[in-house]
Design a protein around this ligand. Structure first.
Ligand SMILES: Nc1ncnc2c1ncn2[C@@H]1O[C@H](COP(=O)(O)OP(=O)(O)OP(=O)(O)O)[C@@H](O)[C@H]1O
Ligand SMILES: [Mg+2]
Length: 321
């Protein structure tokens, strides 16, 4: 459904001393998305997510590389590409003064569905996205979360089989986010739709996506299923908190025997990654007991996508979000 090769975009900017300076927003990416896949595009602020999406949706010309979307070339068949997709931009696209329902219907008709269909589908989306009663409201008189859901309804009103969503859930409350996840999954069940979405939320990507692409500084640094990405991190994180700080070095020495990474020590807490922690922990506890080391707590945490991100980019996604 989506095939990009060496897709790149640089922007002309100005350096501090007003000399010309090029900003590489996207540094030549290859992307392949199959029909019916839900793919998450993850990366910290400024990584190049929106720029990539804007090239794939024909809103921005690539400086290098090629891409086909729904079988059409983004450079030479932009009309056909646009007709084949739904797009919800990061900044939203509703005009503040039109009435919400009219905007939805206009948008649907622009994509070639009849007024009647557009109204029926629009009202259905309003109900599903918890926008009941707002059909005649102007977007400027809506809350941020309501406006965001209206953007999403606009992007989906013509039942597109390929949807691009740029941070659809940023600013939504947890219930509205979960609601949208259900909606996106349903879209695939009902229509076999392909979904390409950007997000800062790893839990979202984890729940929703078949595959995750991680972009950092304009380059793709990983592409795999959420589970496979998490398996790349070797071992579960084991953290011991000792009651007496004087015993921390002794506890660290015992943990080191089963650890696959360096042991980190911090006052009373000692931690390391341990492969097959479930098997190793009982022996560790016996050894701690035999050495009369008293514990406040012991915690074992499976790798999260955030750990993956940290390993790949040296930064935490959450810090940026
Ligand atoms: N029109 C533009 N002119 C100059 N630089 C730009 C322009 N658009 C984007 N950039 C730069 O390109 C880089 C990538 O921006 P982009 O919007 O694609 O990031 P992003 O991954 O979507 O980030 P965010 O998570 O903040 O939305 C940034 O350094 C940004 O400043
Ligand atoms: Mg963006």
């Amino acid at each position: 459904m989506i095939h990009a090769r060496g897709l790149a975009r640089t922007f002309a900017g100005r350096g501090r001393g007003k000399e010309k300076e090029e900003v590489t927003a996207v540094a030549g990416v290859d992307i392949d998305v199959d029909e019916g896949e839900i793919v998450g595009f993850l990366g910290p602020n400024g990584a190049g997510k929106t720029t990539t999406l804007r090239m794939l949706t024909t809103l921005l010309k690539p400086t290098a590389g090629t891409a086909t979307v729904a079988g059409y070339d983004v450079a030479t068949q932009s009309q056909e590409v646009r007709r084949s997709i739904g797009y919800v931009s990061q900044s939203g696209s509703t005009s503040p003064e039109a009435r919400a329902g009219e905007e939805i219907m206009d948008h649907g008709m622009l994509y070639g569905i009849s007024q009647k269909q557009a109204e029926a589908r629009g009202r259905e989306l309003f109900e599903q996205l918890d926008l009941d009663g707002l059909w005649n409201r102007e977007p400027r008189a809506m809350s941020g979360g309501q406006r965001r859901r209206l953007d999403i309804a606009m992007g989906l009103v013509h039942d597109p089989t390929l949807v691009f969503l740029d941070e659809p859930t940023t600013g939504l409350d947890p219930q509205a986010r979960a609601n949208l996840w259900t909606h996106i999954s349903d879209l695939r069940v009902r229509l076999g739709s392909t979904v390409f979405l950007t997000t800062h939320y790893l839990d979202e990507a984890d729940v929703l996506c078949d595959r995750i692409l991680v972009i950092d500084h304009g380059s793709i640094v990983a592409s795999d299923t959420p589970d496979a990405l998490k398996r790349q991190i070797s071992g579960d994180l084991v953290e011991l908190v000792v009651s007496d700080p004087a015993q921390a070095p002794a506890a660290a020495a015992l943990l080191e025997r089963i650890a696959d990474t360096d042991v980190e020590t911090d006052a009373t807490s000692v931690s390391a990654r341990v492969r097959g922690a479930g098997r190793e922990i009982p022996g560790l506890i016996r050894a701690l007991d035999a050495a009369s080391i008293a514990l406040e707590s012991i915690e074992v945490r499976r790798p999260t996508l955030d750990d993956v991100f940290l390993t790949l980019t040296g930064r935490s996604l959450r810090e940026d979000a």
